[in-house]
Write a protein of this length. Structure first.
Length: 118
């Protein structure tokens, strides 16, 4: 499975942006997936997660109410809709999938940069 993120860029405070993550796989298997981010000089942190069917989601407190995670299994794509962006949302955003492990995430995309300018 290969994960490919897209949708990053430079935005202004208060703007919205949507990230996409395509799971490139020949199988029809669906995976629990998540978004993480890493700001300069900081450790990678959890942002949001969604289960294989899309019926269950959870969020980091820092993005709750502003970000929405979703997925379209027919397109093998996961999304992160980000609203009311803040400078502290500036980071490289990574998508992740739980492919061959019982917990956590073992497959990662290469990341996409989001910069929120004030």
């Amino acid at each position: 499975v290969q994960l490919v993120e897209s949708g990053g860029g430079l935005v202004q405070v208060g703007d919205s942006m949507r990230l996409s993550c395509v799971a490139c796989t020949r199988t029809s298997s669906m995976y629990n997936m998540a978004w993480f981010r890493q700001a300069p000089g900081k450790e990678r942190e959890f942002v949001a997660a969604i289960n294989w069917s899309g019926g269950s989601t959870r969020y980091a407190d820092s993005v709750k109410g502003r970000f929405t995670i979703s997925r379209d299994n027919a397109k093998k794509t996961m999304y992160l809709q980000m609203n009311s962006l803040k400078p502290e949302d500036t980071a490289v955003y990574y998508c992740a999938a739980r492919v061959a492990v019982a917990d956590g995430y073992d497959t990662w995309g290469r990341g996409t940069q989001i910069t929120v300018s004030s």
